[in-house]
Write a protein that binds this ligand. Structure first.
Ligand SMILES: Nc1ccn([C@@H]2O[C@H](COP(=O)(O)OP(=O)(O)OP(=O)(O)O)[C@@H](O)[C@H]2O)c(=O)n1
Ligand SMILES: C[C@](O)(CO)[C@H](O)COP(=O)(O)O
Length: 396
C-alpha cells in the first residue's frame, strides 16, 4: 500500500483512485504563484479542488502530481484532508505528469482511475458520479462534456468559414478510465504532448464516451478566470452576516505597542495576557460574532497559561479558519483604533497589508482607521488604547 502524506482513515482500496495533476506552471494565468496555489476567495485553488473531490468520493485515494519546487505549497494547501498519497514529481507536460501519477499508483492497482486538473476547483459529486456510472456500465474511457451552443468559425483562406457545431463538446475533467488500460495507453505514447487522457486512450484504440459536463466546472487558465471563479463562489454564499468587536488595553511601562499585527515603537506598551494587540482582538471578536461562534475570551481564556505572551495573529487566524471550515469567506473587515498617541498615520498601510495577509484576503477588503476622542475619556487622558472592528462574512 502506498505511503500516505498524512494520517488518514483507512480508505478502501477497491474505490477508484484519483490522479490530481498539479505540476503545471500556469503561465497563461500571469504573474504570481502557479495558479493552483493562488488564493480563490481566501483558499488555495488546489485545496478547494481536493475538498471537492474528497466530498464526492470520501473513500478514494488521491494521488497528487506536483512540481518538485512546490512541495511546501502543496503540503500547506492539503493540510487536514484525508487520503492523500505522497505526491509524485510531475513532468514537463500534462501528459508526462499524468503518467507519473499513474505509475505511482501501479502498486495499488485500482480497477478504475479518475484524472483531474488541480485547476478545476468546481468539480461536483454529480459530475464524478456521471463519469463513474458510465465506467460501471462498461466504458473504458469517459469524459464529461458540455455541448457547444455558440456558432463556431474556423480561420480559412480569405476570411473564416462556419463549422457545424452539432456533436461538438467542450471537454472537462475528471476523466475516468479503466486503470490498466490508461497506464498502458500512456506508456505507448510517452514523450508526446496530447492535451487530455481521452485522446491518449483513443490513440490506443479505445472508444471515448461522454458524460454530462457542467458549465460551472471551469478550468482556471487565464487571469480573468479568477474573477469569474470568485464570482461563482460568492454567488453560492448567500448567507451574509456582520459582526462587531470592541476591546481596550491599558498602558504600562514599555517601548512599543502591537497594533493590527504591526510593532509600533512608543513610549509605553499595552498591558495584556497576550501581546495585547487591541486591534486584532476587536477584529477577532467581530469575525466570531458574525459566525455567532463565541468570542475571543471563550476560545482563548486569559486564565490559560498557554496564551501568555502569544501573538494575536493566532487569534485572528483561528477566527479566519472557523469561517473557512464552514465553507465561507470573509467579505470585508474594518478596524478603528482610538487613541491620542502613538500617531498611526505612518503605520496604517502596513496594518492593512498585515491584516489582509493574515486573513488571506485582498487589501481592498481591509480598512484601517484611527481617531482620537478629542482628549476626552480614558483614551483622551492617554491611559490606554481602544479599538472597534466590523466584519462581514458570507456563508453557504
Ligand atoms: N507539466 C504539467 C502541465 C500541467 N499540469 C496540470 O494540468 C492541469 C491543466 O493544465 P493547464 O491548465 O494547461 O495548466 P498549466 O500547464 O499550469 O498552464 P499554462 O499552460 O498556462 O502554463 C493543471 O492542473 C496543471 O497543474 C501538470 O500537472 N503538469
Ligand atoms: C484536460 C483538459 O482540462 C480538458 O479540457 C485540458 O485539455 C487541459 O488543459 P490545456 O489548457 O489543454 O493544457
Amino acid at each position: 500500500m502506498p505511503e500516505t502524506l498524512m494520517d488518514c482513515q483507512p480508505l478502501i482500496a477497491d474505490q477508484p483512485a484519483i490522479v490530481l495533476v498539479c505540476a503545471g506552471r500556469g503561465q497563461r494565468a500571469g504573474e504570481g504563484l502557479p495558479k493552483q496555489y493562488r488564493l480563490l476567495a481566501g483558499e488555495p485553488v488546489v485545496r478547494r479542488t481536493l475538498k471537492a473531490l474528497r466530498a464526492a468520493l470520501p473513500l478514494a485515494y488521491i494521488q497528487p502530481v506536483i512540481h518538485p519546487d512546490d512541495a511546501e505549497l502543496f503540503a500547506s494547501a492539503a493540510q487536514g484532508i484525508d487520503g492523500i498519497l505522497v505526491p509524485a514529481p510531475g513532468g514537463a507536460t500534462r501528459q508526462a505528469s499524468v503518467l507519473a501519477g499513474l505509475a505511482a499508483l501501479e502498486a495499488l492497482s485500482p480497477a478504475l482511475v479518475l484524472v483531474h486538473d488541480a485547476a478545476r476547483p468546481f468539480v461536483t459529486t454529480g459530475l464524478v458520479n456521471g463519469v463513474l456510472t458510465a465506467l460501471q456500465n462498461g466504458a473504458a474511457a469517459v469524459v464529461p462534456g458540455v455541448a457547444i451552443v455558440d456558432s463556431i468559425r474556423r480561420d480559412a483562406k480569405g476570411g473564416t468559414a462556419p463549422v457545424d457545431r452539432s456533436g461538438l463538446y467542450r471537454v472537462q475533467t475528471p476523466q475516468g478510465f479503466t486503470f490498466a488500460d490508461l497506464l498502458s495507453a500512456h506508456r505507448a505514447v510517452a514523450g508526446e504532448d496530447l492535451s487530455d487522457d481521452a485522446t491518449v486512450m483513443e490513440r490506443a484504440g479505445h472508444a471515448v464516451a461522454i458524460s454530462g459536463g457542467d458549465a460551472n466546472n471551469i478550468k482556471l487558465t487565464l487571469a480573468e478566470d479568477f474573477v469569474l471563479a470568485e464570482k461563482q463562489i460568492i454567488s453560492a454564499l448567500a448567507d451574509v452576516r456582520t459582526g462587531t468587536g470592541f476591546d481596550v488595553h491599558r498602558f504600562e511601562p514599555g517601548d512599543h505597542v502591537w497594533l493590527c499585527g504591526i510593532k509600533v515603537p512608543f513610549t509605553q506598551k499595552l498591558k495584556g495576557h497576550s501581546d495585547a494587540d487591541v486591534g486584532l482582538h476587536a477584529l477577532t471578536d467581530a469575525i466570531l460574532m458574525a459566525l455567532a461562534d463565541g468570542d475571543i475570551g471563550f476560545h482563548f481564556p486569559p486564565t490559560e497559561a498557554k496564551w501568555k505572551g502569544v501573538s494575536s495573529d493566532t487569534f485572528l487566524t483561528f477566527a479566519r479558519d472557523r469561517v473557512l471550515a464552514r465553507g465561507g469567506m470573509i467579505a470585508n473587515v474594518g478596524v478603528t483604533i482610538i487613541c491620542e498617541a502613538p500617531k498611526l498615520m505612518p503605520w496604517k498601510a502596513a496594518m492593512q497589508e498585515r491584516v489582509a495577509e493574515l486573513l488571506q484576503i485582498a487589501t481592498d477588503r481591509v480598512s484601517i482607521q484611527a481617531t482620537t476622542t478629542e482628549k476626552l475619556g480614558f483614551t483622551g487622558r492617554g491611559e490606554g488604547i481602544a479599538a472597534q472592528a466590523v466584519a462581514t462574512v458570507r456563508l453557504p
